[in-house]
Design a protein around this ligand. Sequence first.
Ligand code: FAD
Ligand code: NAD
Length: 403
Amino acid sequence: MKRPNIVILGAGFGGLITAVNLQKTLAAGDANITLINKHDYHYQTTWLHEPAAGTMNPDQARIYINDIVNPSRVKLVKGIVDRVDTAAKQVTLEDGSVVEYDYVVIGLGGVPETFGIPGLKEHAMTISSLNSVRKIKEHIEYSFAQYKTNGSSDNSFVTIVVGGAGFTGIEFLGEIVNRIPELCKQYDVPREAVRIVNIEAAPTVLPGFDPELTTYAQKWLERNGVEMKLGNGIKGVEPGVVTFGPLQGDTTETIRANTIIWTGGVSGSPIIEKSGFEAVRNRVMVEADNRAPGHDNVFIIGDCSAVMDPASNRPYPPTAQIATQQAHNVAKNIAALINGKSTSKFTYESKGTVASLGHNDGIGIVMGKKIFGRNASFMKKVIDNKHFIELKKYGLVLKKGKF
Ligand code: FAD
Ligand code: NAD
């Protein structure tokens, strides 16, 4: 009998863990496993706010895929997926090459959602890949350098606006306030010239999260010099200028800022729509076993998928935690199908949520208990290192882990 081809799209949190688990569960002769990814490395999406602010070397957040998978068991194809043709059971790459599959796992992650806000896509930067955060870091440093060469009179060179106070926005703000003293010293910029402004459409930071913890985060940011413009949405961006105001109503204000960073939300990969899947913001509501509705051999995980939270009757927010748990379930389900067995149901078990506020502070809820300050910061580092354990690469904890 022909060996089935399993093709995994994306080597992010979901895709890489699917590959590692399939490699472990299946015998070499059971199936061909192919992993297609834009780069020959995996980046820790959950760490990107740190290299963006320049508080971590980007290489710490990068792991070469062939150091994780066994290349004789998992064939890595470095390429950009263009679309999935479910009728022909083929994946087409941007270079025109075609990969045939018997089972496909779509784990292509998310992209920044700009909600059609004029100028945002063109003139704001996003924390979305290793390349995008390297650009942010370099841009901030160059802007600080320009402050002096432009006569030290134009504060917009050292004004940073962050749109959105969700977890990504808050964690980035935490890092950048940690970095500002070093930047000021390096580029001879007086601290009082620097403005860091957060514009959030909702009346609070981290809307929907525990009020005591959101208050803690907001006060921490204010104490560290962040100007909070809560209840204000970004309405438009032009080069170096942000227009904002309450989303209901016509009142607007502007801020001149050389650095504009958008953290206002994510949607799934555009490959979802291009491949003809029914989805909301490119997130497919998957079946109980993580398959796409109507497709027996298509699994969708991570930010491209949506899993209903029975408690709220809304999809769970897209996180690495859910992507990882789905990956374990999907690897098990594909192995079951290959062995003529039935798939098992996926049940998400939230282990909690922890967010950093710079390197030594944070907030979170772990096993129902609220944590703040150094305890939260310590817990965040433990969670960050846990990914290496999931990848079964214990040495990486020492090499790349956080302490
Ligand atoms: P990703 O991990 O993003 O991986 C997608 C992969 O697909 C990437 O390797 C990408 O290069 C590749 N790819 C994309 N398009 C193509 C294409 N067309 N062709 C080929 N390859 C492609 N979640 C948590 O649970 N805890 C946290 O603490 C946390 N912190 C976060 C901090 C930040 C700054 C951000 C931005 C997100 C954070 N998240 C966190 C959310 C979490 O990172 C995502 O939900 C998670 O990474 C989604 O996993 P994924 O496998 O779907 O996609
Ligand atoms: P998000 O959707 O969680 O937050 C986006 C924020 O932007 C919201 O607060 C929203 O009100 C605001 N916003 C939307 N439109 C706006 C506008 N026009 N102007 C100003 N503000 C606007 O997005 P995110 O923070 O990028 O997070 C994406 C996912 O990743 C989430 O599921 C999140 O839980 C997860 N994440 C988790 C962690 C963690 O657990 N530590 C860290 C980062 C991200």
